[in-house]
Design a binder for this molecule. Structure first.
Ligand SMILES: N#Cc1cccc(-c2csc(Nc3cc(F)ccc3O)n2)c1
Length: 335
């Protein structure tokens, strides 16, 4: 069975990925079961005779790194080059071409580099840079909650990524600590997982969200306008980034300490969860979260505006001071 895995360009991957979604809806014939096609974007991952198969040309090493949207993430090694990176395996029926078409051509210090993607039968494997520090979500679980300066620094780096993506008309759609990955020394953060992403056109996202192709992000981080079915745009990522900020500062997601499921009714009806901002926070940190949790998206800060406010707040709290002894802090109790 001949494969069709090539070393190529991001645009090759973007257009091939679009055929993976609809192609799969047809019945699974013999050809499909063993089909192997894809585009690798780096020489460090080497296809052999146009094939790149698990256990044959690459293998999962060690255990699970984490779980992304629609799939588990493993550390993998290319058998020929010995190069190691991260790989997310997604069943083709859960695969969204936007995961690749939105970020394939993106190169930015705060956005995780994509190394390629390959379809093998009913599985799509997406390869990306290995981040030794794991996810910010794992760090919060480990530490309980983060000191204010660290939380502000990670928010600022996330907003840098959003500023770039929004400028390129890309909406991430699931900004949360689990989708922010850290370098080995935890000083650098990058945004990953474009499984909920969308390429926005000037007429806004309304039709996109309403076409049913949209898969909502994490419920506790959903902006009110999504729930109300109102016009949506990049501002939904800003709301989510400040929900993430509350998660970093408290050690738990917003809303869940005060309400039962279904949360979305409360998020649409209630005031923004500003009471969940820890009382110990500096006034300028309060200003950052308040301007990101504006219910009216037209009044809500943009990524660029919020990043400026975040940098000011970080200076006001004295910059990055807290060390990485990583001592555990019990998640904050209710005020
Ligand atoms: N390296 C790494 C690492 C460690 C822990 C979690 C994650 C993680 C969380 S979401 C996530 N998404 C993702 C990972 C891929 F390898 C490829 C595409 C992806 O969308 N990865 C990555």
């Amino acid at each position: 069975l001949k494969g069709n895995v090539i070393l190529g360009e991001p645009r090759n991957l973007a257009c091939l990925a679009k055929t993976w979604k609809d192609g799969s809806s047809s019945k699974v014939c013999l050809k499909e079961i063993n089909e192997n096609e894809g585009v690798l974007l780096t020489e460090k991952l080497k296809a052999v005779d146009y094939e790149y198969r698990e256990e044959v040309h690459w293998t999962k090493s060690q255990g699970l790194l984490g779980t992304g949207s629609f799939g588990e993430v493993y550390k993998m090694e290319d058998k020929q080059t010995g190069f190691q990176c991260a790989a997310k395996k997604v069943q083709v029926e859960h695969f969204r071409a936007e995961e690749l078409s939105t970020c394939a051509g993106v190169t930015h210090a705060k956005v995780l580099p994509l190394y390629g993607a390959v379809k093998e039968g009913q599985w799509v494997t997406i390869f990306m840079k290995l981040m030794e520090g794991g996810s910010l979500g794992q760090l919060v679980k480990q530490c309980g909650y983060l000191p204010e300066d660290r939380a502000l620094d990670y928010l600022s780096q996330t907003l840098e990524a959003l500023e770039y993506l929004h400028t390129h008309n890309i909406l991430h759609g699931d900004v949360k600590a689990d989708n922010v990955l850290l370098s080995g020394d935890r000083s650098h953060a990058v945004l990953c997982d474009f499984g909920h992403a969308a390429q926005l056109h000037p007429d806004g996202i309304r039709n996109y969200l309403m076409t049913g192709d949209y898969v909502p992000g994490t419920e506790t981080h959903l902006a009110p306008e999504i729930i109300m079915g109102k016009h949506c745009d990049f501002k939904i990522d800003i709301w989510s980034s400040c929900c993430m900020m509350l998660h970093l500062l408290n050690g738990y997601h917003p809303w869940i300490k005060y309400y039962n499921h279904p949360l979305c009714l409360k998020i649409a009806k209630e005031l923004p969860p500003l009471r969940e901002i820890p009382p110990s926070c500096h006034p300028s940190t309060v200003r950052v979260i308040t301007s990101g949790l504006e219910k009216d998206p037209t009044k809500r800060a943009s990524a660029a505006e919020l990043r400026k406010k975040t940098c000011i707040a970080l200076k006001q709290v004295g910059g990055l001071q807290s060390s990485w002894s990583g001592e555990y802090r019990e998640p904050r109790c209710l005020q």
